[in-house]
Design a protein around this ligand. Structure first.
Ligand SMILES: [Zn+2]
Length: 232
C-alpha cells in the first residue's frame, strides 16, 4: 500500500520520500492550519522548521507559480513548482484536492490546490507542462491525489454534466455525485503520466472524521498540504 497514515497525523505517499521530497497533508488532529502556530508545529514535526513556508492567495484557477529563494509571500495562484531545497510550498485544503506531482528522479515537483473549478481548469495539466519546461518529461512523473471530498459525499447539480467527463460523475438515488479524484487521474493520464504512476488517497474529507470539511462543518478550518525538496 503506497498511501499510508504516518504517526505524524499526516497523510503521505511514501513514494515522495523515495524521490527525495518531504510532503504530506495534515489532519484534524494537528489543528486548524489557518493558525500560524499550528502550521509551524506541523512543519517542525515534518523536519522542515528551518525553512520558510510560502502560501498562495488561492483562486480556484490553474496558475502554477515557481517557488525559489526570491519568491515573495502569497502570490495569486493554485499551484507551486519547486526544484530547489530551502523553502516549503504550502496550500490549504478542506474538501478540495491536494495534488502532488514529482519527478521520480527528484529534480522538481509540484503541489496543487484543485477543487472543482481548478480541476475544470485542468491545473494538473498546467503543472505537468511547467515541469516539462524544466526538463522533466511526463513519463518521468509520479502523482498522488490526497484526501478530498469523495464521490460518496460530493453531490453536484446536473449542470456539472457539461463540465466533467461522464466517468467522473456518478448518478445515485436520483442525485449526481462528482468524483474529483477520478477526473484528476484522467487528466494526469491524458497529460502523459503512466497509469501506474498515479495514486489516489481513498479518504473522503466529508465523511472521514479525521479531516476538516468545509461542506460538512460549514466552517473555514483547514488542512495544509506541504512539499519541499530535501536536498539541493
Ligand atoms: Zn464521503
Amino acid at each position: 500500500m503506497m498511501v499510508a497514515i504516518e504517526d505524524l497525523n499526516v497523510h503521505v505517499d511514501r513514494r515522495l520520500a523515495e524521490a527525495g521530497f518531504a510532503g504530506g497533508v495534515t489532519t484534524r488532529a494537528m489543528g486548524d492550519m489557518a493558525q500560524a502556530d499550528n502550521r509551524a508545529r506541523a512543519l517542525e514535526r515534518a523536519g522542515l522548521a528551518s525553512w520558510p513556508g510560502c502560501v498562495l492567495r488561492q483562486k480556484h484557477g490553474s496558475v502554477v507559480r515557481a517557488l525559489d529563494a526570491e519568491t515573495e509571500q502569497s502570490p495569486e495562484g493554485d499551484g507551486w513548482l519547486l526544484d530547489a531545497a530551502g523553502r516549503v510550498a504550502l496550500v490549504y485544503v478542506a474538501d478540495c484536492m491536494p495534488i502532488f506531482i514529482w519527478d521520480r528522479g527528484g529534480r522538481a515537483a509540484a503541489l496543487l490546490h484543485s477543487g472543482w473549478r481548478g480541476t475544470r481548469a485542468n491545473i494538473a495539466a498546467a503543472a505537468v507542462e511547467a515541469l516539462a519546461l524544466r526538463g522533466v518529461k511526463p513519463a518521468e512523473l509520479r502523482a498522488w491525489v490526497g484526501p478530498h471530498a469523495g464521490a460518496c459525499c460530493y453531490a453536484v447539480g446536473s449542470d456539472f454534466k457539461a463540465l466533467f467527463r461522464p466517468e467522473s460523475l456518478e448518478p445515485r438515488g436520483g442525485r449526481l455525485y462528482l468524483d474529483l479524484g477520478k477526473e484528476a487521474a484522467a487528466q494526469l493520464l491524458e497529460a502523459g503520466l503512466s497509469r501506474e504512476a498515479i495514486a489516489k488517497s481513498p479518504a473522503c474529507t466529508v465523511c472521514g472524521s479525521e479531516f476538516f470539511s468545509f461542506r460538512r462543518d460549514k466552517a473555514t478550518r483547514r488542512m495544509m498540504a506541504f512539499l519541499a525538496k530535501r536536498h539541493a
